[in-house]
Design a protein around this ligand. Structure first.
Ligand code: KIV
Ligand code: ZN
Length: 502
């Protein structure tokens, strides 16, 4: 049997650090359930010392997970480690992940500590972590810019203190495949006791090399890869889970390993994350992008018809993308709709199904066929209703320069009517909303794209709006794109009000 490379998913921690990707506790739980179905070996649920909400998120994920190990991050500082251990208390298989930087750049400018002090802190923090939690991972932050022999010393100290996993991260996305392969080989060969630990690789994508570096690290001896769904994460992101897993699966002659990932769950995980965070997946993203399996050129289409082997190295089915998505219609019924949501990985309450069904029926009046992607978009916008203070009852826009908008909002059964003019329909409607609610927001980002092909497509609108200096994400869906945009704006405003009240 092939040797296993364990998949350590950090979507809920490093991934969540992407600008605009923050998830509340309920959203983290929903994503965690999908990661469990995906078969990740370890999921890092958060950084408990960061905030009470972060602590609660880790605790709830730890409570809910039966299969995967659940990890929590802590700096090599006693209070961080104790807080992380507390958050992990309900976990069946907890992992405490503690880290300290080892590069001279970080030692001098960030930590202001000597190499000897960091070496000592690394050992002490692992010892404390190990006294609280049965499994400990130690990370040498900025390992790829650290002196190799010093890295060997720190690794040795961490293993002596009881670390089960040694992670050597490329924190700033600086290394190359050849260098990282050599780094792992060198440290594993020279650190006393290395055979007792699992070596892990955690890469950032600043030079677009995160996946290549992770695969090279595996060739150098790493047996755990840290990654995120859709590659989300700090700056340019992390190693993309789907790319590294499919790289191993597709190129067995180069990477003769196995992972425990149920690859058929990949697309579902990707789409769920995108809907929860609003971070759209580029159409050409490997494995999960809409075009990843679409053959456009006539010569390619001809080849694929003759034999898929001509231009297809993986099948869409192997990553959970069906060639023909089942269409839902007016007659599918509430039960059919609920079943389809479940198949897509969403666990919705009866009240949420009720709201979704209303939107679904309204959509079937405007659009002949409702596809799975339509449904995902509807689910995301119905979700936002749970934050609702104001509900959009009616919207009408007219004229050109300037445009006039009439908006009717509902708040606690009361109808609030307002008109405004603006530079285009979205601007005019947002001005009217501002007048009704008395809340002023600055639109930072706005995009609308079709959820599925066809002239009657559902417009999927995403906005980021700044309220009181805080960037809030909103999503809206309608076959009328102005309405979709206004719903997205109102969704963000409702979230802001809910946040302010909490
Ligand atoms: O990029 C990094 O170095 C990290 C560590 C905390 C593992 O995220
Ligand atoms: Zn990182």
């Amino acid at each position: 049997m092939a040797e296993r490379v364990e998949i350590f998913d950090t979507t809920l921690r490093d991934g969540e650090q992407s600008p605009g990707a923050s998830m509340n506790v309920a959203e983290k739980l929903e994503m965690a359930a999908q990661l469990e179905r995906l078969g990740v070996d370890i999921m890092e649920a958060g950084f408990p010392i960061a905030s009470d909400q972060e602590f609660e998120g880790v605790r709830k994920v730890a409570e809910a997970m039966a299969g995967p190990r659940v990890a929590a991050l802590a700096r090599a500082v006693d209070k961080d480690i104790e807080r992380a251990a507390k958050a992990l208390e309900p976990a069946k298989r907890p992992v405490l992940h503690t880290f300290i930087a080892t590069s001279d750049i970080h030692l001098e400018h960030k930590l202001r500590m000597s190499r000897e002090q960091v070496l000592e802190r690394a050992g002490e923090s692992v010892r404390l972590a190990k006294s609280l939690v049965e499994r400990v991972e130690f990370s040498a932050e900025d390992a790829t810019r650290s002196d190799l022999d010093y890295l060997v010393q720190v690794t040795q100290a961490a293993i002596e203190a009881g670390a089960d996993v040694i992670n050597l991260p490329d924190t700033v996305g600086y290394t190359t495949p050849t260098e990282i392969e050599e780094m792992f080989r060198y440290v594993i060969e020279h650190a006393a006791g290395s055979e007792k630990a699992v070596f892990s690789s955690h890469n950032h994508n600043d030079l677009g090399l995160a996946v290549a570096n992770a695969l090279a690290a595996v060739r150098g001896g790493a047996r755990q890869v840290e990654c995120t769904v859709n590659g989300i994460g700090e700056r340019a992101g992390n190693t993309s889970l789907e790319e590294v897993v499919m790289g191993i699966r597709t190129r067995q002659n180069v990477y003769p390993f196995e992972t425990g990932i149920v690859t058929e769950e990949i697309v579902r995980a990707s789409q769920m994350l995108s809907n929860l965070t609003g971070l759209l997946v580029p159409y050409n993203k490997p494995i999960v992008g809409r075009n990843a399996f679409a053959h456009e050129a006539g010569i390619h289409q001809h080849g694929v018809i003759a034999s898929r082997l001509t231009y297809e190295i993986m099948t869409p089915e192997s990553v959970g993308r069906s060639r023909s998505e089942l269409v839902l219609g007016k007659h599918s019924g509430k039960h059919g709709l609920a079943k389809r949501c479940e198949e897509l990985g969403y666990s919705l309450s009866p009240a949420e199904i009720g709201q979704l069904y209303e939107r679904f029926i309204a959509l079937t009046d405007r659009k002949k066929e409702v596809f799975e992607d339509d449904l995902r978009v509807l689910i995301a916008s119905a979700r936002d209703e749970s934050f609702e203070t104001y509900h959009l009852k009616h919207l009408r826009t007219s004229g050109g320069d300037p445009t006039m908008a009439l908006v009717i909002l509902e708040r606690g059964g009361e109808e609030l009517v307002e008109t405004a003019t603006g530079d285009g329909p979205v601007d005019a409607a947002c001005m009217a909303i501002e007048r009704v609610t008395g809340v002023s927001g600055k639109l930072l980002e706005f995009s609308v794209r079709a959820a599925t092909p066809g002239k009657d497509a559902l417009g999927d609108a995403h906005v980021t709006v700044e309220f009181d200096g805080k960037a809030i994400y909103g999503q809206g869906a309608s076959t009328d794109i102005t309405e979709a945009a206004v719903q997205a704006y109102l969704g963000a405003l409702n979230k802001y009000l809910a946040l302010k009240a909490s």
